[in-house]
Write a protein that binds this ligand. Structure first.
Ligand SMILES: [Zn+2]
Length: 260
């Protein structure tokens, strides 16, 4: 078993070292390793507290003031998530990705997570498909601000630059992914010749499309996931381990290669 893992790690490091543009596509599995609860699944927040309102974005557009008033009085599910997020710290996998970026072995991270862990770990080229829970965003000009630096003295708050209504940066149910975020994902995918699929089954669009596009263009997929996913069969390499285990091992191999 360990031999098998070692061999897969060796091969992954070799493929990454030979690639020009490596992109990590990250999902909830990586956050779960940092103690952040997932939404679905056995211990999922929605499994325990019920599914969220699928009309969330419509409700926001119909009544932004009412939406903000509700945000100020979070539900038990949101309180549980907020408490877990306040405790969470990046895991060894997040730090390994940061070091891979520093070494030029990783060009971008596309994450479906909203928890800010990659920023805390020090990564810089991060594209957040579903936004970032620690930020606010203008619905008109898409400017973003850290939550704790934005004074909220009226509801809904308005953008100091264009006067547009400001909302949480996290993408709601029914809300389109901001255009510039999607464009950046598409550009990164087009340049990518090796995509790391980390803790994601990538069954939710638009993330589901990126590995397919890399594969079509002749690029390699490397899956890092303790569990089987629909992408396992089409991945060139599958590493059956958590990101906190596998990524530091890959980083070590890359360092050895760099030094030899
Ligand atoms: Zn604005």
């Amino acid at each position: 078993m360990n031999d098998e893992l070692d061999a897969a790690i060796d091969q992954a490091a070799a493929v990454i070292a030979a690639s020009r543009h490596v992109v990590a596509l990250v999902g909830a599995g990586m956050s779960a390793e940092s103690g952040i609860p997932t939404f679905r699944g056995k211990e999922g927040i929605w499994t325990k507290h019920g599914e969220p309102d699928l009309r969330d974005y419509d409700r926001f557009r119909e009544d932004p003031k009412g939406w903000w008033e509700q945000r100020m009085k979070p539900s038990p599910a949101m309180n549980e998530l907020a408490a877990a997020l306040a405790e969470a710290v990046p895991n060894e996998g997040h730090f390994a990705l940061k070091e891979m970026e520093d070494r030029g072995s990783l060009q971008a991270i596309i994450t479906q997570n909203i928890d800010n862990m990659h920023q805390i770990a020090g990564s810089t080229n991060i594209i957040e498909i579903h936004g970032n829970r620690t930020k606010l965003r203008c619905t008109v000009c898409s400017n973003r601000w850290p939550l704790d630096e934005f004074p909220i003295d009226e509801l809904p708050p308005s953008c100091p630059d264009c006067g547009g209504i400001v909302k949480g940066d996290t993408v709601m149910f029914g809300e389109p992914i901001p255009r510039e975020v999607l464009d950046e994902c598409i550009e990164q995918t087009a340049r990518c010749d090796c995509m790391l699929l980390i803790g994601t089954s990538a069954v939710v669009y638009p993330a589901a499309q990126f590995p397919v596009d890399v594969l079509r263009a002749g690029g390699a997929l490397i899956e890092i996931n303790p569990e089987d996913t629909p992408l396992s069969n089409v991945s060139q390499l599958v590493i059956r381990a958590g990101s906190g285990t596998a990524l530091p091992m890959i980083l070590e191999r890359l360092k050895e290669k760099g030094d030899s």
